[in-house]
Design a protein around this ligand. Structure first.
Ligand SMILES: Nc1ncnc2c1ncn2[C@@H]1O[C@H](COP(=O)(O)OP(=O)(O)OP(=O)(O)O)[C@@H](O)[C@H]1O
Length: 373
């Protein structure tokens, strides 16, 4: 175990970064601090309007900063023009020029810099070959598939030799099948190139599949930073537990706790052997998913908006003991599977003036909690 805390070198460091689009409005990004390790794949994740795209655009230099700093390899780039930062951006729609060939699309920024035609075509074709597009270099975007256009967009972003590649929802224009395929390609390219990728997405599934580090944002601040495993297994707040999905949140005297739905224990109401901590519930939905069966349930007597829970059972376990719509059951869990949730961040209007930092402190206190429901 590494006992000495030697932080990995940060490719990008964000210090108290704030964006306010208008003087009397809530900050779209509110004093966030973040270190992104060099050569890592970082996903900025959160619901619509949480400030993830604004953060990415400020790193890119496409949006001005209200206050705070952005450092790239220890260089303060906060006020540098986009082209002088060492970053490159890959957009959602790829933003390829329709009338230009793949080669000319990739070579475009070199043309703007006055690089001669032979040299810029050589470098563009070299990059196209690297993303397995060498044989289609003469084609225009309309003659390429979505996945092929994405590779051209990647080659075009790489031609400026960036240290950090910024990706704004790069997979959302693709159909679901291609999205999963291109997701694997993005991950492979990032490893092969050894670059730092910062990828904005609203999909927790995409972030889990890609990221070394996930940054979960809400209301312009960071709720939690960690590996997909750490965030999924130790959500810091109710917001993170609900946003990541696959968790139930229960109110207890010690505050809210989260329990993964595949860790829930379920028994028929008549077999009440789960002790006094078991919660009475009714099955409201049975969804067959192949490997798993997802049960939707309503907690008896819970407050409005807090009744709905789910239980994920393996197919074999379900077939051995099926549950049916309307059936009365009792739910419980092992203490070790309960995660105590921190308060999370408040919406801007309710926020205290103390620095928000990285939001809720992560706790792993699974002390016995008597149910109050
Ligand atoms: N150009 C702008 N002018 C004014 N307000 C803006 C502008 N761009 C974004 N905002 C506001 O800033 C907040 C954060 O927006 P941002 O686009 O960063 O969120 P997001 O998490 O990327 O959302 P989405 O997933 O919908 O793109 C939102 O409340 C949005 O309405």
């Amino acid at each position: 175990m590494n006992v000495v805390a030697t932080p990995e070198p940060a490719a990008v460091e964000i210090v108290a970064l704030t964006k306010r689009y208008a003087p009397d409005t809530a900050a779209a990004v509110d004093r966030i601090d973040l270190r992104i390790a060099s050569g890592s794949y970082c996903c900025l994740l959160g619901p619509s309007g949480c400030g993830k795209s604004t953060t990415l655009r400020m790193i890119a230099g496409h949006e001005s900063v209200s206050s705070g700093d952005i450092l790239l390899d220890n260089r303060n780039i906060t006020n540098l023009p986009a082209a002088a930062r060492g970053t490159a951006m890959m957009f959602q729609s790829f933003a390829l020029f329709p009338h230009l060939s793949a080669t000319d699309n990739v070579a475009f920024s070199l043309k703007m810099k006055g690089v001669g035609k032979a040299e810029r075509h050589r470098r563009a074709n070299e990059l196209l070959a690297r993303v397995a597009m060498g044989h289609l270099a003469e084609r225009k975007p309309s003659e390429l598939s979505g996945g092929q256009q994405q590779r051209v967009a990647l080659a075009r972003a790489l031609i400026t030799e960036p240290r950090v590649l910024l990706l704004d929802e790069p997979l959302s224009a693709l159909d679901p099948f291609l999205r999963i395929q291109m997701r694997a390609e993005l991950r492979r390219w990032q490893k092969e190139l050894g670059l730092t990728f910062i990828h904005v997405t609203h999909s927790q599934e995409e972030a889990m599949a890609l990221a070394d580090t996930m940054v979960v944002m809400n209301h312009g601040v960071i709720e939690q930073v960690g590996s997909p495993h750490a965030v999924y297994n130790h959500p810091a707040s109710e917001f993170v537990a609900r946003f990541m999905g696959g968790h139930n949140v229960f109110d207890t005297p010690g505050g809210p706790i989260a329990v993964r739905n595949d860790r829930m224990r379920i028994a028929a109401a008549s077999e009440n052997n789960a002790g006094s901590a078991a919660l009475a519930a009714t099955v409201t939905d049975v969804e067959y998913q192949g490997t798993y069966v997802l049960l939707g349930l309503a907690l008896d007597g819970a407050a409005a908006g807090r009744q709905s829970v789910s239980v994920l059972l393996g197919e074999a376990a379900f077939l051995a003991r099926p549950y049916a719509h309307g059936e009365a059951v009792r739910l419980s869990w092992a203490e070790a599977d309960a995660r105590v949730l921190g308060p999370g961040v408040k919406p801007p209007g309710e926020r205290a003036s103390a620095p928000s930092g990285t939001g809720a402190a992560q706790r792993d206190d699974t002390a016995a909690l008597a149910m109050t429901l």
